[in-house]
Ligand binder design. Structure first.
Ligand SMILES: [Zn+2]
Length: 415
């Protein structure tokens, strides 16, 4: 393959992303949530492209994952290569989040097929039906089913209109009872690789088109409620106050100062609210969220322990009480060392510097890591690194670089 062919493949990919973006629930924006009309239209378009790309078999499973298989020679190797990502979007999202990885997979099959190349292993491209958790509030519906970790209790979950997930599936022609059988993906995977837009500004800042993901951060999310004492803003002396918002302010800064970025450690208070607050009332309560992530669970938990100690100290000093609820605890996933090495090699062969970075966002690869070694390639995100937003953008040159790297990776992995 020449740089011109990678460039042409990149151009075709961007065109296809535009076509997919035409299927939306909200005209003028891109919203494609699980099992809506737009979502099903995207699935059939992807199935059609997988067929025309040269896949030997294409099918849609019971949760709506679209799978295409390009047979290898099977010469003396066990297990198949799997690549993919998700095709659902957030509300008013970008057109490359998830879809970039699926379309790259389709483009790779196309490139193999038109050249009459058969890898030693089967290559499977999977378009996961759901990752973002927008419609039913639960993420990874597609990849959890594929990996054999679908939680059946989710079938009774309701969307905002009050429709259970099970009914939504039946309305779309799927049989929820078949989901357990969709887990054919769980065995026989030699390696899963996911190509994804970075969704952040790191590669942009490094001036690098591509990056190898070292680990996907594990996160802990909490909701905190601070209770102090409301009082008159004019008559209560400063030293007699139990101001819940002042305690929250100290906590916000404590989180910021503890989360120093080492080992991917980041901490955020994204929600901060004084319920029924008033201009002339000392805040008697304050609600805040806490999100802490790191490349490994030990780093994250050490930070959380320190933050908890600081919160206890702040609350005691200010005579404010604390209630804390853990909403999410997800373990970090280390990417496969051999996969990372193969990506480093594939990028290095293009002559550029090789960068590794931690993925602060969750990806389908986290689910696949339960059943197979996984690796990820990040593609630079333009426009300041913005994602989950209509301004999300990649360049044709960067996608071409990703194709070149993926091609080298594929040939290395199939040897
Ligand atoms: Zn994504």
């Amino acid at each position: 393959m020449t740089s011109d062919t990678f460039r042409a493949a990149a151009r075709a990919l961007l065109d296809r992303a535009d076509i997919l973006a035409g299927h939306t629930e909200t005209p003028g924006q891109l919203t494609c949530t699980y099992m809506t009309e737009a979502h099903q239209a995207v699935a059939s378009q992807l199935a059609q492209w997988l067929r025309t790309a040269g896949c030997d078999s294409v099918h849609v499973d019971a949760v709506g994952n679209v799978l295409g298989r390009y047979h290898g020679t099977g010469a003396g190797v066990a297990g198949r290569l799997v690549t993919g990502s998700h095709y659902d979007t957030v509300r008013n999202g970008g057109r490359y989040d998830g879809r970039l990885g699926i379309l790259m997979g389709i483009g790779l099959v196309e490139a193999l097929h038109t050249r009459g190349i058969r890898l030693s292993r089967d290559l499977e491209v999977v378009a996961f039906a759901e990752e973002e958790g927008v419609r039913f509030g639960s993420t990874f519906l597609g990849s959890s089913a594929y990996a054999g970790h679908f939680d059946d209790r989710l079938l009774t979950t309701l969307d905002r209109a009050g429709t259970p997930l099970s009914q939504t599936l039946r309305d779309a022609g799927h049989d929820p009872a078949e989901i357990a059988r969709a887990a054919g993906g769980a065995s026989g995977i030699a390696h899963y690789f996911e190509i994804h837009i970075e969704q952040g500004p790191v590669l942009l800042d490094l001036d690098a088109p591509l990056g190898v993901v070292s680990a996907i951060a594990g996160s802990v999310r909490r909701r905190l409620r601070l209770t102090g004492l409301a009082g008159h803003a004019g008559t209560t002396p400063m030293r007699l106050r139990q101001d819940a918002a002042c305690a929250a302010a100290e906590i916000v800064l404590a989180v910021e100062s503890r989360c120093d970025g080492r080992n991917g450690l980041v901490g955020t208070v994204g929600q901060l609210e004084v319920p029924n607050g008033s201009v002339n009332v000392i805040p008697g309560a304050c609600l805040l969220s806490l999100d802490v992530r790191a490349a490994d669970d030990a780093t994250r938990d050490a930070a959380l322990a320190d933050i908890d100690a600081r919160i206890a100290e702040i609350c005691a000093r200010r005579r404010v009480s604390l209630e804390s609820e853990t909403l999410l605890r997800a373990s970090a996933v280390a990417c496969d060392p051999a996969g990372r090495e193969a990506w480093r090699h594939a990028i290095g062969a293009q002559g550029g510097a090789v960068h590794e970075l931690v993925s602060g966002a969750g990806h389908d690869a986290m689910m696949l890591a339960r059943v197979a070694p996984v690796s990820m390639l990040f593609v630079r995100c333009g426009a300041g690194g913005i994602s989950h937003h209509p301004s999300e953008i990649v360049t044709e040159a960067d996608v071409a670089a990703a194709y070149a790297a993926a091609w080298a990776f594929l040939l290395a992995y199939s040897a």
